[in-house]
Design a protein around this ligand. Structure first.
Ligand code: GRF
Length: 193
């Protein structure tokens, strides 16, 4: 079985990235992490990836200014150069253009910290608490041009407890994120999604 070549795109600490790297250490896992790429030069996850022996690259978005498509074309060229087959967004805090999303359609996935379609966008834990939700969770989905709206691949829920702070809830959700992202990538890599 040939393992699918995967790039993980990050902007921050990279705990989901680390979970994917860990899963891919198993030789039977159907994907290998061939590249970790960040738009933030000092993203903490980059050091973690290097420590794990994974190739890293940085495309700083700042020199591109407002030209999002120019950034995305550079990103696409880098992914092609590494012969990437599947792209995982993992805390990548940048909207991708419809051009890029369409080009990678069916091969571009994201993890979002809510039970989509509830709480698209940012600050999901605070909003779940404010709404009085009793269940919250995380979703891995295909990326489509509309934000957080693509077909769902994996989802897992956690209970919201009375008196939870957003930090406590975020930590509980993060645990399930680290479980479902490797499962979702496995399904995609095996062509079962
Ligand atoms: C996660 O909560 C993920 O769902 C969201 O951004 C956060 C990234 O965390 N998209 P990490 O960088 O993977 O630790």
């Amino acid at each position: 079985m040939s393992r699918k070549r995967v790039a993980i795109l990050i902007s921050g600490r990279g705990s989901n990235m680390a979970a994917l790297i860990e899963a891919a250490k198993d030789p039977d896992y159907p994907a290998e992490i061939a590249l970790v790429l960040s738009n933030v030069p000092d993203a903490a996850g980059l050091a973690r990836a290097r420590q794990a022996g994974v190739a890293t690259d940085v495309i700083d978005h700042k020199p591109f200014g407002t030209d999002r498509e120019a950034f995305d074309r550079t990103l696409d060229a880098t992914l092609q150069a590494h012969r990437i087959e599947i792209v995982c967004l993992a805390g990548f805090m940048r909207l991708l253009t419809p051009w890029f999303v369409t080009r990678w359609s069916g091969r571009l996935i994201n993890i979002h910290p809510s039970l989509l379609p509830a709480f698209k966008g940012l600050h999901t834990h605070e909003r779940a608490l404010a709404a009085g939700a009793t269940q919250h969770g995380a979703t891995v989905h295909f990326v489509v041009p509309e934000l957080d709206a693509g077909p769902i691949i994996e989802q897992a829920s956690v209970a919201v407890f009375p008196g939870d702070t957003s930090e406590q809830l975020a930590a509980r959700v993060l645990e399930v994120e680290h479980r479902i992202y490797p499962l979702a990538l496995k399904r995609i890599a095996e062509g079962r999604a």
